[in-house]
Design a protein around this ligand. Structure first.
Ligand SMILES: *Cc1c(COP(=O)(O)O)cnc(C)c1O
Length: 384
């Protein structure tokens, strides 16, 4: 939670802004890495969740690698000090230029999502006199039971290689001399709190890798992807994701073969809770049936509620008065620019400071200048 000293310091900062609790980030990383070390797992942080330089630096120092979904993310990971041999790169639409960027960097693995992509990576690697390390991103046909926009592992989703494509992939392995198969990759969705999804994924992985082993392609690396969810409802009670249960479920259900390394790609679970969007109340508008709290932060600063109907806990940092029911909205000219409907907040007035919690993942990275609004700046607990 945000301390009284921090709230005092906020008084002089121009709103809206992102505020990062670096102690919480470091504590989260410490618990995460103690568990990956315990189980001998390898982790690659998903840069797309938050690519803020100070955040990346803390994560890189904790020893995680990087999971990228674009050539620019690969370049940023390298620039931020992530060793190339700990960088993985997924994405259904890797352009030639992006592939070349990653080949030059010498990354650990291209996580390939289609047969034509593997062919192009092979050809580009050949033209550069290199061997590309690839993993196959498999579509395991699992429903992550999360929002449809963040489900990625069902057979109708655009991601990954489905079992009926395996014959075609094996054909490529015979004809392509500039690729080396490193392993299999899976990522079925995001904000997953139902551990049975990961349990099912472990069973599907065992079935699916069987095909490769039987056809003479041993699998040295299994990458489980990311997707572990966080508590958006009660962030104060659960500031750190339940890594213990998550790794426990995987350790219990995934059959790891001798010599195999298991990899993870956490994004949200590492950075979501350390970030807050802090805003000031511009107006309180009393309607016939509703009261609107109108903030100076909008959907251009934090788009998750508008894009995924996401819930964020909202706190009035100034008022301790009796609670009332409000809709909390932004200033952008879209009805979807709404952070919450019918939430109970202490009686709120113009000038109050409001924090939107759990905004560290898919928040600042998705900020945009719609309505020509300024991009919110970031401030950190250790620099206030
Ligand atoms: C987005 C993404 C992740 C991270 O997902 P989280 O839900 O934020 O943990 C991991 N791997 C891949 C391939 C991704 O696209």
């Amino acid at each position: 939670m945000i301390t009284q000293e921090a709230i005092k310091a906020f008084e002089t900062i121009h709103t809206p802004f992102y505020y990062y609790d670096m102690d919480l980030l470091n504590k989260t990383l410490q618990i995460y890495t103690s568990l990956t070390n315990k189980y001998g797992y390898s982790a690659h942080y998903a840069l797309k969740a938050n690519a803020n330089p100070k955040i990346l630096s803390a994560i890189q120092k904790a020893g995680l690698g990087a999971d990228c979904v674009s050539g620019n993310e690969v370049a940023l990971a390298v620039k931020s000090g992530f060793p190339a041999e700990k960088i993985v790169y997924a994405g259904v639409g890797k352009s030639d230029m992006e592939i070349k960027t990653a080949l030059k960097a010498g990354i650990f693995s291209f996580n390939c999502e289609s047969v034509p992509e593997i062919k192009i990576i092979n050809d580009l690697a050949a033209s550069m006199g290199k061997v590309a390390h690839i993993a196959l991103r498999i579509n395991p046909d699992i429903d992550a039971h999360t929002h449809k926009y963040i489900s990625t592992g069902r057979k109708e989703d655009k991601f990954g290689i489905s079992p009926w494509m395996f014959e075609g992939v094996a054909g490529l392995f015979e004809s392509c001399n500039n690729i080396k198969l490193m392993g299999l990759h899976f990522h079925v969705g995001s904000q997953i709190l139902d551990m049975s999804v990961f349990e099912l994924l472990c069973r599907r992985i065992e079935e699916l890798q069987g095909w490769f082993v039987e056809h003479g392609y041993p699998i040295a690396n299994i990458n489980m992807g990311g997707g572990l969810g966080v508590d958006y409802i009660n962030p104060g009670e659960h500031p750190i994701a339940d890594f213990e249960s998550y790794f426990g479920v995987i350790n219990k259900n995934l059959k790891v073969r001798p010599g195999q390394t298991v990899h993870f790609e956490p994004g949200r679970a590492i950075v979501a809770q350390c970030g807050h969007l802090v805003s000031r109340v511009l107006y309180v508008k009393i309607g016939q049936r509703k009261k609107f709290v109108i903030l100076d932060a909008g959907m251009n600063d934090l788009i998750r509620p508008a894009l995924y109907q996401a819930h964020h806990d909202i706190e009035n940092l100034t008022s301790q008065k009796r609670k009332m029911r409000y809709d909390v909205v932004g200033p952008v000219c879209e009805s979807s620019d709404k952070f919450a409907s019918n939430v109970m907040l202490p009686q709120t007035k113009r000038g109050d400071l409001v924090a939107i919690h759990t905004a560290g993942a898919y928040g600042q990275v998705m900020a945009m200048r719609y309505n020509q609004r300024d991009i919110a700046k970031a401030y950190y607990s250790d620099e206030l």
